[in-house]
Design a protein around this ligand. Structure first.
Ligand SMILES: Nc1ncnc2c1ncn2[C@@H]1O[C@H](COP(=O)(O)OP(=O)(O)OP(=O)(O)O)[C@@H](O)[C@H]1O
Length: 242
């Protein structure tokens, strides 16, 4: 579960400041995909960066499993991120020299305290299980250059889940994919959110794949202008925005 309470974030803008996130309150429950949409420059990425503990808000609370991440120092926030948060960016950001399986091993081992052979065995088993869950068991030994864009995004999703985070944050996962691959990736995120029980926040400006969302929050000028979680209303809101 992740919730933002009265979160405001501003950036310097010449002599004044621009408000990127304006008094936002939202809650993303476990096992559910909450979409965040809105026009370009409306503050979607800023909101996600605050949820990811990558930027501290000017004010408000960012509650992740009972901890207010907005109060943490840099090192504590990094530890919280490593343990509790999985992040998938627009581009898959994979390391070119590593195989799909190794991308997951490295991420799991960054989490710390994974030194014993039994833990290492558990990491390997979890990595293989996740690569299987994203449909890449047969490609586990391949490097990014040997994979398609959609396959690379699948590796990035599996990698984000390897340390069993409670919160999954996804930024425009379909922007580099054609419509069919985009639909597959969105369906995959929806399935894994349910199976892994993550509280998933997904930023998208493109609502053609809104069928994969359980809730939809629309932001304009940094503020929430609508928030729906009823399937009929969600479809209507998405159809009006496409
Ligand atoms: N690092 C920064 N420094 C100064 N201003 C910033 C910074 N990041 C974002 N902004 C400003 O904050 C506002 C929100 O930007 P943000 O990138 O969060 O919007 P967005 O909805 O994700 O846009 P897009 O859909 O185009 O990616 C914009 O006015 C932007 O110019």
């Amino acid at each position: 579960m992740i919730s933002l309470e009265n979160v405001t974030l501003t950036f310097p803008d010449g002599d004044s400041r621009v408000t990127a996130v304006d008094d936002v309150t939202l809650a993303a429950p476990a096992g559910v995909v909450t979409g965040i949409t809105g026009p370009s420059g409306s503050g979607k990425s800023s909101l996600l960066a605050v949820a990811a503990t990558l930027i501290k808000p000017d004010s408000g609370r960012v509650m992740i499993d009972g901890t207010d991440a907005a109060k943490l120092g840099k090192r504590e926030a990094a530890a919280l991120r490593r343990e509790r948060i999985g992040i998938v960016f627009q581009q898959s950001n994979l390391l070119p020299s590593l195989t799909a399986r190794e991308q997951l091993h490295v991420m799991a081992e960054l989490g710390g305290e994974h030194t014993g052979p039994r833990t290492r065995r558990a990491i390997r088993a979890r990595a293989d299980e996740l690569l299987d869950a994203v449909g890449l068991a047969a490609q586990a030994g391949k490097r990014p250059a040997q994979l398609s864009g959609g396959q690379r995004q699948r590796v990035a999703i599996a990698r984000a889940l390897v340390h069993e985070p409670g919160v999954l944050l996804v930024d425009e996962p379909t922007s580099a994919l054609d419509r069919e691959r985009g639909a597959e990736i969105m369906g995959l995120i929806a399935r894994l959110t349910r199976e892994q029980g993550t509280a998933t926040l997904l930023v998208t400006h493109d609502l053609v794949h809104s069928g994969a969302l359980d809730a939809l929050v629309t932001v304009v000028d940094g503020a929430i202008v609508s928030s729906v979680d009823e399937p009929g209303l969600l479809r209507e809101t998405a159809a009006a925005a496409v």
